[in-house]
Design a binder for this molecule. Structure first.
Ligand SMILES: Cc1cc2nc3c(=O)[nH]c(=O)nc-3n(C[C@H](O)[C@H](O)[C@H](O)COP(=O)(O)OP(=O)(O)OC[C@H]3O[C@@H](n4cnc5c(N)ncnc54)[C@H](O)[C@@H]3O)c2cc1C
Length: 440
């Protein structure tokens, strides 16, 4: 049987980073990947002739970002697009009132100031909140403190509901009060006109990645690990498991002996979300000029409320919207055409007959992806931010969990995946290694 020091399960950014750092340190490493490609939730479609990032697209703040450093080292072209954190006024946004009229600049500024006032109040309210509190409960307290009339409060309430959905793919009542604590953006946000998948493809260069290997069982003991896959068994001294939370929680992936209570309890408090991208391409632009996004408030915006103008990336009129939280669950079994029609109905409220037929529609289906089971994990009621880091505490000296959901500082991101892979490599090696060795 071949001799392997460490098996890494999953060739997403976390697994590839861990594998690369371990190989750089002289370890024999095999990466086992269920799909027929590397990258996991960083995947770029080019079949349409255009570059479309179906999973991650943003670096949510490039200041001191290891992903930005890796992207620069790999010569990845970036485009500034600082509206990826559901900010209210980071860049020009066309806001529409519930009855479909565009807000003038003064009204939009007043609305943004209201959101900032609630956000300022939220900091203390969240810090003082009880463990089982939801994001809804804390935001309601912050709104109540302002003493506003009903319509003004409702406008901000809509925004906060949509922020929970777009940032975490969860309904505001299901998200823990602390669920957005680590959602800070430091510096500009950027996207990748040539595709985010360059990052995992470059990280994978030179690694022994075995594609189409579906892992079903991990057995661990003090003296090593045994791994069962659809293409035979493997043994090694240690294993780094980077499969998404939804796979870890499923019966199709067993760990024996089971995870210790620290890990099992933390895992039980996280849940994969419902979050899908809907891309619509058109012959002609019909929406507002010089804005990064268009947003619609009120009851008509319950599902489709925000459209991001991606035209600048490839000079093809393109809008991106999200089916997030309840909307993603409701349209899960709809055809692409029906989803597009539902989105277009809302656009027609704002732009009337100017809305042309889309030349291309692309809807992601992460909820039905067996190797993801959702887009990323969110904190359910009762979860604490440290649940993420607790998952990564080494088990028995041989079993290491990594991946976006195991990183407290900025979970649910590529950054979290990269940093968690770095930490897992250090834990396997028993000493520090510079993260830059993954790309230098
Ligand atoms: C729609 C969407 C939008 C997003 N937007 C952003 C964004 O703008 N910015 C951002 O920073 N992040 C974003 N994210 C999150 C980001 O993509 C993830 O946090 C990150 O890519 C996760 O990397 P990972 O290595 O932890 O997991 P993954 O990329 O999921 O890697 C895990 C790997 O394990 C494999 N696997 C699963 N089960 C098995 C098995 N049984 N056997 C073998 N292999 C298995 C999977 O195929 C996968 O390749 C987005 C994600 C989605 C889906």
């Amino acid at each position: 049987m071949e001799r392997i020091d460490t098996i890494v399960i999953g060739a997403g950014v976390a697994g590839l980073t861990a594998a690369r750092l371990l190989v750089r340190a002289g370890r024999r490493v095999v990466v086992l990947e269920a799909r027929d490609r590397v990258g996991g939730r960083v995947v770029t479609d080019r079949l349409s002739g255009l570059v479309t990032d179906l999973g991650a697209s943003w670096i949510h703040g490039i200041n001191d970002s290891p992903v930005a450093a890796a992207a620069a080292a790999f010569d990845m072209r970036t485009a500034e697009f600082t509206v990826g954190g559901y900010q209210v006024d980071s860049r020009p946004i066309a806001y529409y009132t519930p009855d479909g009229r565009r807000m003038d600049d003064a009204a939009a500024r007043a609305f943004a100031a209201d959101v900032h006032a609630v956000d300022a109040a939220l900091v203390g309210i969240i810090a003082a909140s009880e463990p089982e509190a939801s994001y809804r409960e804390v935001t309601e307290r912050a709104i109540a403190e302002q003493g506003w009339a009903a319509a003004r409060a409702q406008r901000v309430r809509d925004h906060l509901e949509h922020r929970a959905e777009e940032q975490y793919g969860a309904w505001i009542e299901d998200l823990a009060a602390h669920g957005l604590d680590d959602d800070l953006i430091d510096g500009d946000e950027v996207v990748f006109p040539d595709g985010y998948d360059v990052l995992p493809r470059r990280l994978a260069e030179g690694l022994d990645v075995r594609l189409n290997h579906v892992v079903s069982a991990v057995r661990w003991a003090d003296d090593g690990v045994g791994i069962e896959t659809s293409r035979g068994a493997f043994t090694a001294d240690s294993v780094v498991v980077t499969v998404p939370v939804g796979v870890l929680q499923s019966d199709d992936f067993t760990i024996d002996p089971p995870l210790p209570p620290l890990h099992a309890d933390a895992l039980g408090r996280l849940e994969m979300n419902a979050f899908e991208k809907v891309f619509l391409r058109f012959e002609d632009r019909f929406w507002d000029d010089d804005v990064y996004a268009v947003r619609q408030g009120g009851p008509e915006g319950v599902w489709w409320h925000s459209w991001y103008d991606l035209t600048r990336l490839h000079d093809v009129p393109t809008l991106l919207t999200f089916a997030a939280g309840p909307a993603a669950q409701a349209v899960r079994n709809w055809s692409d055409e029906d989803i597009a029609e539902s989105v277009l109905a809302q656009l027609r409220r704002l732009y009337g007959d100017r809305v042309g037929a889309p030349t291309q529609v692309h809807v992601t289906r992460w909820q039905d992806d067996p190797w993801a089971r959702g887009s990323y994990a969110y904190m359910t009621l009762g979860a604490t931010t440290s649940d993420h880091d607790n998952l990564a505490v080494p088990i028995g000296g041989v079993l290491h969990l990594a991946g976006e959901a195991t990183w407290t500082d900025d979970p649910a991101t590529v950054t979290a995946a990269l940093c968690s892979g770095h930490r897992a490599a250090e834990n396997v090696l028993g000493h520090a290694v510079p993260i830059e060795s993954a790309w230098s």
